[in-house]
Design a protein around this ligand. Sequence first.
Ligand code: PFF
Ligand code: NA
Length: 441
Amino acid sequence: MSSGGQREQWATRIGFIFAAVGSAVGLGNIWRFPFQVGQEGGAAFLVIYLLFIVLIGFPAMLIEFVVGRHTERNPVGALQEIGAGAWRYVGWIFIATGFVILSYYSVVAGWTIRYTLLGLQDDYIADAAEAEAQFVTLASGLDAIFLHAIFMVAVIAIVAYGIERGIELAVKVMIPAIIVIMLGLAVYVATLEGASEAYSYYLSPEWGVIAAEWQSILPAAAGQAFFTLSLGMGVMITYASYLGEDRNLAEDSAIIIGFDTAIAFVTGLIVFPVLFTAGVAPGDPGAGAIFVSLAAAFGDLTFGWLIGAIFFATVAIAALSSAISLMEVVVSYAIDELDLDRVTATLAIGGAIFLLGIPSAYDLVLLDLFDLFADQILLVLGGLLLAILVSWSLSTLAIEELERGIGDLGSLGTAWIWAVRIPVVLVLVVALVLGILDYYE
Ligand code: PFF
Ligand code: NA
């Protein structure tokens, strides 16, 4: 894919799906999802999250797809084409969001590189409390800044030379690999002593928790749904802009969402049995949940170092394909609007994002703040504004665009628009307000 000049298109049906799945599946599923579940009350969060994936994520993804395929432009250009007046600025929110997210996403990706190396050095620690202490030491400071730099260099190199095709290929191999390793791990941890307690924490909701904690569960679940599906910052607009062809976008969305949700769900099946067996409260390790619990599990397994190294390397590559999609949006904007060439744009933006990530690499508390701000405020805001614009003032265009490749939708098209107009918009407004209150608390 390259921006500016002539527009490339996906070579095959599979190319588009894999790129979109590659963007969606990443640290959001394997790192962020389990720690959100842990912080927001377990199964209660899971239920709301799954509801939001279906009721908000699915219609919102369709919106981004129809906007991208219709305009065939980058998100800023797309918004300038379809929106009047102040709506033009919505594209810039996307760009700012991409900037902020990638800055700390890269830091977390750096941790996955670190944990790959730990495996190769046979340094996973079976004791969960010690594994947690190990994480705290490794996750911030000079070491973390260095690995953040390495990851950004990889992202810059790939985006600068436009070799996403290579990444597409890697993603095709890696996604099945992630699924196989994760299923194997889920089976292994099922034998642990804490497994049944963990399953009931993760899978059987206490409705009282929802009633008591909805003010924090709602924005966290909405934010996580957007984050994990790569929505709210124009990635899916960009990817669909390379489509051209009349594909069934509803079917494609269902496939992408299915993969993403399955991987997140299985991650939970792995993390919680390990934490419960180790006697660590699920909310405790926070951003370190996946690293602490898996290091402890791998530390305990024969050949755990090897499986762990393969696992974390795979996660690093999944993170790379997501990071590229974030970078691509910002870079394509800079090329189109600022008239920079691709290499200059990528170097300048990548350098700036690296600098912005340094505070997150230096201090976990700052990383948490960046993450909360981007996720509960910026992504939800971008997604909300786009939903309002398209559902209220561009509904005919949106339905026609969705029907290309599906055929006459009849009342389903209207149902989609109305689902966005009121329920989706309302939930997002509430989530945004609660998210802002939560952030300033
Ligand atoms: N969806 C990615 C993940 O779950 O890791 C993260 C992400 C990529 C978020 C691209 C937003 C985005 F635009
Ligand atoms: Na995801």
